[in-house]
Ligand binder design. Structure first.
Ligand code: ARG
Length: 447
């Protein structure tokens, strides 16, 4: 089979490694000259050729197709500077070259993702601060639980994203070793200086074992896992936007530019962008499975199977960058239907916990208090199911279930008070929420 055969060739998809490949070659050639492995006049010629290719590619010029991007650039170089260009590949193999390109690519994309996650966190923080006093039902099992502040709910996503930030930062640390100089698998007898090349490329040091180096794709797996995690977070956010914007909930309105109509039902405004955000998470998850199974049975060291690491990696990087930016726009333009959210708190006995807590404060063991209130709520549910807001429950009804109830209970039987008073650290209460906002603000300023 010819090496240009589409089954063998990776050029159609690895072209996007071109800037990283050239960056790696520049460092390699500078090292070769420094160690006098090639004459510095030759190195100069090669470097000016590589720089001119880099400039032309940035202007949109395309390379002639080859087996892969590494050959395509080498061919173009020889075309431009003549046979001296054939010296570039001294003391190098495509095996350490491709490992290097991929590390540079992943490092670059990780930094871009970190920036865009940071911007999304700021957008969420902004949305929370602007809507600090909006009340909504807090859910467990998608059933009404307790009244909470919307700000508290939406900020949960900023903290998930903070963990994503930490994970990506960890990956940047794992990307700190340069593969260049591992060559095909066993290193080289040329007197190369791996430390020098590593420093030129912004790595702290060279890798320790050349066999591991050309076989290692852990950093790609890690990148795709970190990205899948972020996509799962965004997918959960998207799912909430879909639910909240449904006619049944009507808590929020997604900006028109992010909705689509129906080809048959003229009235429709579907939350397509949010649904796609949810749907696209499956790409990253699929890529993760693809890469795990790609690696699991490969003997050391390099095998051509590894070429298949690129499509899932590139697709994941594109997906996560587009998705974080879309989520940012969705939240930035989201409109809240405050009245609807607050009225919804009147359903589902959201103050039942307050009643139980009240009794517990009066000395009734909590388990007993829980049981008293639970029976009370059950009775209302079967007798007058419409009346699920406990704010206006007559004192006589309360006294009938426990003599501990008194007039002061109404201080606690308020949806606003119930949310406001939950000031345990990390809770939804107004003071706890302010602390949370302060902590997140200073964290985001530091990054
Ligand atoms: N296109 C190849 C890849 O992506 C480059 C390395 C080829 N190495 C080899 N020994 N055939 O993995």
């Amino acid at each position: 089979m010819k090496s240009s055969h589409p089954y063998i060739s990776s050029f159609s998809f690895d072209q996007r490694l071109a800037p990283y490949d050239i960056q790696g070659s520049i460092a390699h050639v500078r090292m070769l000259a420094r160690r006098k492995i090639i004459p510095s006049s030759h190195a100069k010629t090669i470097l000016s050729g590589l720089n001119s290719i880099q400039r032309d590619l940035a202007k949109g010029k395309r390379l002639r197709a080859a087996e892969d991007i590494h050959f395509a650039i080498e061919n173009e170089l020889v075309q431009r500077v003549g046979p001296v260009g054939k010296k570039m590949h001294t003391a190098r193999s495509r095996n350490d070259q491709v490992a290097l390109d991929l590390k540079l690519y992943v490092r670059d994309k990780t930094k871009q993702i970190l920036d865009s996650i940071h911007s999304l966190q700021k957008t969420i923080l902004n949305c929370a601060t602007k809507n600090k006093s909006v009340l909504m039902p807090g859910f467990t099992h998608l059933q009404h639980g307790q009244p909470i502040y919307f700000a508290h709910h939406i900020l949960a996503y900023a903290w998930m994203l903070q963990r994503d930030q930490d994970r990506y930062q960890g990956l940047i640390r794992h990307l700190n070793e340069s593969p260049l100089g591992a060559c095909a698998l066993g290193g080289t007898s040329f007197p190369i200086d791996r430390n020098f090349a590593a420093k030129l490329l912004g790595f702290s040091r060279p890798t320790e074992n050349s066999i591991d180096t050309v076989s290692d794709r852990d950093f790609i797996l890690e990148f795709v896992f970190d990205s899948s995690m972020t996509m799962v977070h965004l997918s959960r956010l998207a799912e909430e936007l879909v639910i909240w914007s449904s006619s049944e909930f009507d808590f929020v309105q997604i900006a028109e530019e992010f909705t689509s109509g129906s080809s048959i039902m003229p009235q429709k405004r579907n939350p397509d962008s949010a649904e796609l955000l949810r749907g696209k998470s499956s790409r990253a998850i699929g890529a993760l499975m693809q890469l795990l199974s790609l690696l699991k049975s490969q003997p050391l060291s390099y095998n051509r199977d590894l070429q298949e690491d690129k499509p899932p990696l590139f697709d994941t990087a594109d997906t996560v960058l587009d998705s974080v930016s879309l989520a940012d726009h969705l939240i930035r333009t989201l409109k809240l239907n405050r009245t609807k959210m607050e009225n919804s708190c009147k359903q589902g006995f959201l103050l039942a916990t307050e009643l139980a807590d009240y009794l517990a404060n009066k000395g009734v063991p909590f388990r007993e208090a829980h049981s008293i209130v639970s029976q009370f709520v059950e009775k209302i549910r079967s007798n007058s199911p419409k009346n699920q807001n406990l704010e206006k429950i007559p004192l006589s009804d309360l006294k009938a279930i426990s003599p501990h109830f008194d007039r002061d209970v109404y201080q606690f039987l308020s949806l606003h008070q119930a949310a406001k008073r939950k000031n345990s650290y990390g809770g939804t209460g107004d003071r706890a929420l302010s602390t949370q906002i302060k902590n997140l603000t200073s964290l985001l300023q530091k990054n």
